[in-house]
Design a binder for this molecule. Sequence first.
Ligand SMILES: C[S@@+](CC[C@H](N)C(=O)[O-])C[C@H]1O[C@@H](n2cnc3c(N)ncnc32)[C@H](O)[C@@H]1O
Length: 174
Amino acid sequence: MDAIINEYKKHGVDAFYRIHGHDYENPHIDIVENLLKSAKEEWNINGDILDLCCGSGEVSHALEDCNVDGIDPYTKELYEANTGNDCIRMTFKDIVEEGIGKRYDFVVCSYAMHLCERSMLPMLLYRICEVTGNLIVITPHKKPDCNGDFFREISRIKKERSTMVLYENRIFNV
Ligand SMILES: C[S@@+](CC[C@H](N)C(=O)[O-])C[C@H]1O[C@@H](n2cnc3c(N)ncnc32)[C@H](O)[C@@H]1O
């Protein structure tokens, strides 16, 4: 497969995952696992976790001692087969329109938040801050910056070229 960025350009992001939702694998899985190992040690991740844009279960595997649910519009069957956890089919737009509807100790979004259209990001962050005090974003880019009205960065860990940022909710005591 071409570098994923070329595939996104060729098909569009949603069409790419509609085609590859059953065989998606993150080639940087080792980095994701390594970052989350550090997060467990340094940020005391436990309790109820939402794996947002859960793919084939990369984050959920690394946090398998927690109680994890997944959300992803395209990888439900693959995720559920790999993890045994439930996956709710929702796009970013669905979340903006309907909300998440369950409280979590942490929401973790790995390699995916940058796929949300910039104009929709504030409303997505609002919906996330309705249900959690703690948002963790893992990204291979500088984007997205989730600091703003709803979340503020409190810590970050970098490994190789990926960054994991912990944000705290600024408005609700969830
Ligand atoms: C690069 S993968 C990341 C998967 C996993 N979190 C990981 O770390 O490997 C991006 C994920 O975003 C999901 N996705 C794509 N478009 C989306 C959208 N419009 N709304 C919500 N999720 C979307 C895909 O189905 C895919 O599982």
